[in-house]
Design a protein around this ligand. Structure first.
Ligand code: PMP
Length: 458
């Protein structure tokens, strides 16, 4: 651990500024990082001793909360006995974790381990394309995903992403990725029921498959609920209809559980809320609660078995990564899943999400609040400049609220699409192990900040 007494914060910030390039941070803000030195439960402490409740669980990942000694112990024990061996062969923690993941998935899946959510999706794309070839569908290479969804930063996963602001500097991206509209019920056409709108959005996938040429489409990829694009929650019938369309046209259904998995949705995996059976499930983040890098691509056994052909061309997936399924990461992930089970944090996520939603009910009267959406222990508040036209609130308003929350000791997030003008959804994704006091703090702090917006506008 960094010995803080050897440095003062200014010195640390100078060194940081000189040597570090921060994720998705504008150049002008590179020199203002919060240097986090300690973390416990739902709270983090910076190098100046300020404490913050992290209602975003880092980047939506610290599901069990910070400072769980048993996770550190599991990794330490594994590092001391067998720190590394590639999964071209096998090792105990990977076998045990794959077995446990199957139990959580409630189906028969084969697991391919990688290091990040982006990679898990890349692997899914490669498997989907190769699977279609294995079964003689040589032209099925296209993927369909939704606008506003995020699927990762590498060029394939970014191609599946439907947020222009993350892409336009890096185009042209990988070819063969198509997008359809998300079931954003808040912005549905006037006079249309939510149910009909969701059905229309699902049917747009069918129309795209048919218009593109059925035999050119390999897979559809979607999160159960769009998280990074502003907590867009579909009607239960939406995902059922998508599954039906995929089955009808021989298109694989890849479900990205990178955020929705591991209890965040109130079920073990987000898709379990909708009673669908995906062909491929990708996961990361909550798999280790962010303590170590690890991700996984779970593939239905029947799909895996199409690789049994003995010819050199088709006998194996030509994909290898050095660190995927690192033994310490797997051992830690297993301890993380056991902890989620023992403390019944999946069920708690549902209870806490409901509590947060109910506590925010009266915010629907607030002039800036257009919509509040929640799914398990994920919550999004869509800010608008005008409730009638639903014109999005400006980025400045959104940033001001986030800044005031931070000054009051509460970290919340923001998501949407800057280029499309929808960068106006405040997000909450606190650790599932948040205490009742933590909940009270989140609720009272946020409501006070929102009340201040009215006072300052008067
Ligand atoms: N899919 C989803 C739904 C995500 O939210 C993310 C990350 N926010 C990713 C994929 C990519 O994960 P990673 O950052 O670990 O590559």
């Amino acid at each position: 651990m960094l010995e803080l007494n050897r440095y003062d914060t200014n010195e640390l910030k100078e060194k940081d500024k000189k040597h570090l390039w921060h994720n998705i941070t504008p150049y002008s803000e590179q020199d203002r990082p919060m240097i986090v030195t300690e973390a416990a439960g739902s709270w983090v402490t910076d190098s100046e001793g300020n404490r913050y409740l992290d209602a975003m669980s880092g980047l939506w990942c610290v599901n069990v909360g910070y400072g769980r000694q048993e996770l550190a112990d599991a990794a330490y024990k594994q590092l001391s006995t067998m720190p590394y061996f590639p999964l071209t062969q096998s090792h105990l923690p990977a076998i045990e974790l794959a077995e446990k993941l199957n139990e959580w998935l409630e189906g028969e899946y084969v697991i391919f381990f990688s290091n990040s959510g982006s990679e898990a999706n890349e692997v899914a794309f490669k498997i989907a394309r190769q699977y279609q070839q294995q079964i003689g569908q040589h032209n099925r290479f296209k993927f369909i995903s939704r606008y506003r969804a995020y699927h990762g930063s590498s060029l394939g996963a970014l191609s599946a992403t439907g947020q222009a602001q993350r892409k336009y500097k890096y185009e042209p991206l990988t070819s063969g990725f198509l997008h359809v509209a998300p079931p954003d019920s808040y912005r549905r056409p006037d006079g249309m029921s939510v149910e009909d709108f969701n059905l229309q959005c699902a049917n747009e996938i069918e129309r795209t498959i048919v218009w593109e040429g059925v035999e050119s489409v390999a897979a559809v990829i979607m999160e159960p609920v769009i998280t990074g694009g502003g907590i867009i929650v579909p009607e239960p019938s939406y995902l059922k209809r998508v599954e039906e369309i995929c089955n009808q046209y021989g298109v694989l259904l890849i479900i990205d559980e990178v955020i929705c998995g591991f209890g965040r949705s109130g079920r073990k995996f987000g898709h379990q809320n909708f009673s669908i059976q995906p062909d491929i499930v990708t996961m990361a983040k909550g798999l280790t609660s962010g303590y170590l890098p690890l991700s996984a691509t779970a593939v239905r056994k029947e799909i895996y078995d199409t690789f049994k052909d003995n010819t050199e061309m088709y006998s194996h997936l030509r994909h290898v990564n050095t660190f995927g399924g690192n033994p310490a990461s797997c051992a830690l992930a297993l301890a993380n899943l056991q902890l989620l089970e023992r403390e019944q944090l999946v069920a708690r996520a549902e209870v806490l999400g409901q509590r947060l939603r109910s506590a925010f009910d009266d915010l629907l009267e607030h002039p800036l609040v257009g919509d509040i959406r929640h799914f398990g222990f994920l919550l999004g508040i869509e800010l608008v400049a005008d409730k009638t036209t639903k014109a999005p609130a400006s980025v400045d308003v959104v940033k001001k609220i986030i800044g005031e929350c931070k000054r009051a000791g509460l970290i919340i997030g923001k998501n949407g699409d800057t280029v499309a003008g929808y960068n106006n959804v405040l997000t909450f994704s606190p650790p599932l192990a948040s205490t009742d006091d933590d909940m009270a703090f989140i609720i009272s702090t946020f409501k006070q900040v929102m009340a201040n917006q009215i006072a300052s506008a008067d």
